[in-house]
Write a protein that binds this ligand. Sequence first.
Ligand code: G4P
Length: 289
Amino acid sequence: MKQIQWFPGHMFKSLREIKEKLKLMDIVYILLDARIPYSSMNPNVLEIVGVKPTLLLFNKIDLADHNQTKRWTKYYEEQGFYTLEIDAQSGKNVSMIYEKSLEILSDKIARQKSKGMQQQAIRAMIMGIPNVGKSTLINQMTKTKATKTGNKPGVTKAQQWVKINDQFELLDTPGVLWPKFDLEQVGYSLAITGAIKDTILPIDDVVYHAVEHLKQYYPKQLMERYELTSLDKEFIEILDEIGKRRGALLKGNEIDYERVYSILLTDIRNKHLGGLTFDRYDKLISISR
Ligand code: G4P
């Protein structure tokens, strides 16, 4: 794909800052969008986190295709990451983040104990690409925990640690990462799910890729949602049929394609076609290798 300025330069510059903050952490949480577990992963993640224990949080599982989520979690676990599926909006599995962190850090904790040291609070921070749900998760984790523990030396003034419990502190500002740029498919995955603005890629291209994906992997959901009689049609014919059914018409009964695009993207993003994953494990892993 051509060089695309999807993300502002400051995001890349923040890398040094993130690395600085990481020194203070016992564990890092990288949020992935479960609908696009490949495209929402930062390409430099291993370089960024180094040997720091890393838990990949598959967020928005409510919107994703459960079977694909299982394939992707397995894939990342095989790469040495820990994984947990969550829904930051409803709070599903959010309380498990702490339990999982204890498990991951159990050796370190046991070592401290054996040296007669008092158990230190676990310090963690959340990182991820824009719109992946970082603020939602921080709010969810800190909702009932109003106690801010104040500034700690070495951290920028504005940053606060929030005490989740006696043994667990979270940095209240997330680290903003950038996504992968390597494949054309990535741009479409980011656009379809709303991770990048609708104005960045041509909307007709984005919807074309979305419809092709639905035709191939979720034909039943597509047909049922729009009461389509067949999918053995050109893209434009499918848009026409949806436009007619939904009354997305201009004067003279011409199809209002802009409205059809908006109907499709809104329905996809709001789960009106059920759980959907746009990064297919089988497809992406074979072409990215
Ligand atoms: P960020 O800090 O990483 O940039 O993301 P943020 O928390 O702002 O979340 C981006 C959008 O994703 C928000 O929706 C948020 O509600 C939604 N979101 C976060 N986690 C989940 C999840 O697990 N499931 C679902 N379904 N949605 C999630 P928004 O449309 O921008 O705002 P709003 O709908 O909350 O008003």
